[in-house]
Design a protein around this ligand. Structure first.
Ligand code: TPP
Ligand code: SF4
Length: 248
């Protein structure tokens, strides 16, 4: 019989800890499938974050190191410098990367560390029950902005891909979304390109994935996908911001 679905060897066969409709699982699978297709599962080392994906090391069937909140880029930098031939990546939420970890990610990108960062932007702090993140949209209700984020009180959301793209040694920057099959296919191509940049030792690679948090957005899984498309994508436009000629 022809099998129509198989688990990637890159994912361990354990139950997920993510909520129904959360796209962390899709992001995990895209990264692991890509590494498997590249034949690099045994050559990859990930730096996991603090946040709902704190247990990424339980699901991703590669060597992984837990990091303190926001510090995955520093951990990954050290690992890559000791193991220059391994494929090293960080996996970070928007609270982890754009709030407490802002300094770490900016300096890792500025140094041109030969690592890949997968940035899971769901516009909210998921694990800690839905506080406002630096990426929370104007008007978005969170537990710390119960009438909706205002510019007067919190300023504008930070567009991390645009910020990272200003740094010369960040050579590949792309924003993708995990809401539709078509977008998910594009997201996988972005993961592949990010690892290609690292294999060619071209510099720092950054892939932002627009992601859902149905639980803290207070929406059903299908409505979350729609909210991502209707609210997030207009503010965080998809596409390549920067790409070296070698991998086009
Ligand atoms: C030093 C430190 N400060 C604060 C926290 C509390 N904390 C845990 S996860 C988190 C935010 C996670 O949000 P995000 O990175 O967006 O990931 P998500 O849970 O949405 O996937 C915070 C503030 C912590 N664990 N450590
Ligand atoms: S709280 Fe949000 S980010 Fe965390 S697992 Fe649930 S849906 Fe995903």
């Amino acid at each position: 019989m022809k099998s129509v679905f198989t688990y990637t060897n890159g994912m361990t066969p354990v139950d997920t800890s993510y909520c129904p409709g959360c796209t962390h699982g899709i992001a995990h699978r895209l990264i692991m499938e890509t590494l498997e297709e590249m034949g690099k599962l045994g050559e990859a080392i990930g730096a996991a974050p603090i946040g709902c994906s704190v247990q990424a090391h339980k699901f991703m069937n590669v060597d992984m190191c837990e990091s303190a909140h926001g510090r995955a880029p520093a951990v990954a930098s050290g690992i890559k410098r000791v193991h220059p031939n391994k494929l090293v990546f960080t996996y970070q939420g928007d609270g982890d990367l754009a709030s407490i970890g802002m300094g770490e990610i900016v300096h890792a990108a500025a140094r041109g560390e030969k690592i890949c960062t997968f940035f899971i932007n769901n516009c909210i702090y998921g694990m800690t029950s839905g506080q406002m993140a630096p990426t929370t949209l104007v008007g978005q209700k969170t537990t710390t902005s119960q009438d909706g984020r205002t510019v007067e009180q919190a300023g504008m959301p930070i567009k991390m891909s645009e910020l990272i793209a200003t740094l010369d040694c960040a050579v590949y920057v792309e924003r993708v979304a995990l809401d539709t099959p078509a977008h998910i296919r594009l997201a996988k191509k972005a993961v592949r390109r990010a690892f290609a940049v690292q294999e060619k030792k071209l510099g720092f690679a950054f892939v932002e994935m627009l992601s859902t948090c149905p639980t803290n957005w207070g929406l059903t899984p299908p409505d979350s996908m729609k909210w991502l498309a209707d609210k997030m994508i207009p503010f965080y436009p998809l596409g390549v911001l920067k790409e070296p000629e070698d991998i086009q």
